[in-house]
Write a protein that binds this ligand. Structure first.
Ligand code: DX5
Ligand code: ZN
Length: 216
């Protein structure tokens, strides 16, 4: 499977996000990961659909929107109109099959995500409901710069096995949080092919080199 790199703009300089997103595109990244937080599902507040609308004209890369919000069903239309290409919703916050129908009706990609403490089996129904991608959190959502939770590797393996068993061997599995040039190999070997990285990419002196190394 081809490995895709999705840097998170949470780690970018918010005072110049448009330029930061252009820098991401130049670095060879594949997706722009947008960490939406509402201060309820997770304690911090980051940004909403307006930020997605603001960065849309600055890049042709797909905007991968990770909604860490309660009542995600009330926000879908705003993110679609803002230019989101993929909308990822937390299994812990909604009825996935119903919400997937709503998202699909807009013609954008629909994905599901689970937290580190949520059993991997909880996201299997999203695979069967036609998810375009599954995101496994490898840190507790809310902040960048945290340490990778190693138990995530087993969840990636179990999820990839399940995808193979139900005929979706090629399904994108995205992993998010604490990924570095050191641990990315284990994450890919376990079966993930979409890598979210905030700090590792934005702290790098040579973004293109780091993206290349993360892609292996
Ligand atoms: C955390 C976010 C992650 C985080 C990744 O709630 O979902 O995307 O920003 O940042 P790093 O790569 O710094 O852990
Ligand atoms: Zn994220």
């Amino acid at each position: 499977m081809n490995i895709k790199i999705a840097p998170s703009i949470l780690a970018s300089d918010f005072s110049k996000v448009g330029e930061e997103v252009q820098r991401l595109e130049k670095s060879g990244a594949d997706l722009v990961h947008c960490d939406v937080m509402d201060g309820n599902f997770v304690p911090p507040i980051t940004f909403g659909a307006q930020m997605v609308r603001a960065i849309r004209p600055h890049t042709n890369l797909p905007l991968d929107c990770h909604l860490m919000v309660l009542h995600p069903e009330t926000h879908i239309e705003d993110f679609v109109r803002a230019g989101a290409d993929n909308i990822t919703v937390h299994v812990e916050t909604c009825d996935i099959p119903a919400l997937f129908q709503k998202i699909a009706a807009y013609g954008v990609k629909k994905s599901a995500v689970i937290n580190p403490e949520t059993d991997v089996e909880k996201v299997f129904p999203a695979v069967e409901a036609g998810a375009d991608m599954i995101l496994l959190m490898s840190v507790h959502p809310g902040w960048g710069g945290q340490k990778f939770i190693p138990e995530t590797l087993k969840k990636i393996e179990l999820l990839r096995d399940f995808c193979i068993k139900c005929g979706r061997a090629e399904l994108d599995i995205e992993v998010d949080g604490g990924i570095t040039e050191e641990n990315v190999k284990d994450v890919i070997a376990a079966g993930a092919n979409v890598i979210v990285a905030g700090s590792t990419v934005f702290r790098s002196k040579d973004m293109a080199e780091t993206v290349k190394r993360l892609r292996g």
